[in-house]
Design a protein around this ligand. Structure first.
Ligand code: FMN
Length: 346
């Protein structure tokens, strides 16, 4: 049981599902699982509107990261993660989903319209994804050297493909080293930029902070300069050299390193990439595998094409993840579903 009030969103229990309620009651309950999704810097840039049997997902651009994500690409991916969680909840509670992405071209903030479909029994794979939702964490701690479970790699590749994205394992030593070097180079560049440091610091919080968003110290790697330094130091000093060296090693030697991307680079593809990311993370968690992000060369616009060039894949890279077995972690803060619900106009 969590005591910090900004973690209550994680205390959701399926026993509270309103089986006899209206479709809108059911959808509002399912949103409790959507808000547990990962988001860039834990910015939770999503809003929802429930009308009858339909949920609309809106981008909350007041939560944009202007320096690292000027086009709102990762913001839309984060919303895509929440959308995938919502769909998994629909399947678990016995409904098909009917989902239309960007249904209103005149309103680019309306990212998806999801309708509660016919009743249908969930598959065992859907049930496993649902059970993984409250257990998934971004894990920045040390990973064991143990290899990924037999058979997981093709499952993760399939998971991304099911959401119209691609996932590529960077396995060759030379390729790994080249990507690891790129990560380190990008990280040094980012840290040298005071605007990057200011933005990052604004999302880092102490463990006792009651903010319902952002990243608490406990979610950082404890051996990591960032968590020791705290937001004030992050704001003022370039810690790039140490961070870059650490992340270079992590990228080079983690049990798994993957790049997730899409063929196109436009808002619809970004929402799809987010859904694919969430499906990959949940599928990995089913096997007890955790992930953390090494996106620096994707966030530095000039370096982004080098990622696909180095892995020899067409299209556009969105996320670099390392995968492996890490320690158990506490969840990070969340706004509750009620806090991200917009009342429909009557
Ligand atoms: C699109 C996207 C990009 C992210 N990029 C990074 C990143 O560059 N570095 C990082 O440490 N975490 C990154 N994260 C992870 C978030 O910081 C994390 O999801 C958030 O803090 C909530 O924590 P949780 O995943 O443990 O619930 C990213 C997440 C998403 C969805």
């Amino acid at each position: 049981m969590q005591t910090n009030p900004n973690r209550t969103a994680w205390e959701v229990s399926e026993d509270d599902y309103p089986r006899l309620g209206t479709p809108a009651d059911k959808l509002r309950f399912m949103l409790r699982y959507a808000v547990l999704a990962p988001s860039n810097r834990n910015s939770q840039p999503w809003l929802f509107k429930v009308r009858g049997r339909t949920v609309e997902l809106y981008a909350d651009r007041t939560r944009s990261l202007r320096v690292t994500d000027p086009a709102d690409r990762q913001l839309l991916m984060s919303c895509g993660c929440a959308l995938f969680h919502l769909r998994v909840a629909m399947w678990h509670f016995g409904h098909l989903d009917s989902t239309v992405l960007l249904p209103a071209p005149e309103d680019p903030d309306l990212l998806a319209r999801v309708t509660l479909g016919e009743e249908d029994s969930p598959t065992s794979q859907q049930e496993a994804l649902f059970a993984a939702i409250p257990k998934r964490r971004t894990n920045r701690q040390h990973f064991l050297d143990d290899p990924l479970p037999e058979g997981l790699k093709p499952e993760l590749v399939k998971a991304a493909a099911r959401e119209q994205a691609w996932l590529l394992f960077v396995d060759g030593r030379q390729q790994r080293n080249a990507i690891a070097d790129l990560i380190a180079e990008a990280e040094r560049l980012q840290w040298a930029d005071k605007h990057f440091r200011l933005e990052l610091a604004s999302w880092l919080h102490s463990n006792h902070d009651t903010a319902p968003d952002g990243i608490p110290n406990s979610a950082q790697n404890t051996g990591d300069l960032l968590s020791v330094a705290g937001p004030n130091v992050v704001r003022s000093f370039d810690l790039g050299e140490g961070q870059a060296a650490k992340d270079r090693d992590i990228a080079a030697y983690s049990p798994g390193l993957v790049v997730l991307g899409t063929d196109k680079d436009e808002p619809c593809a970004w929402v799809q990439a987010g859904q694919a990311l969430a499906r990959v993370l949940l599928r990995a968690r089913v096997d007890g595998v955790s992930a953390s992000y090494l996106d620096h060369p994707i966030e530095v616009a000039a370096m982004r094409p080098k990622v696909t060039e180095l892995i020899g894949h067409g299209g556009h890279a969105h996320i670099i993840l390392r995968l492996g077995f890490g320690p158990n972690l506490n969840p990070t803060p969340r706004r509750t579903a009620a806090e991200v619900l917009i009342r429909p106009e009557s």
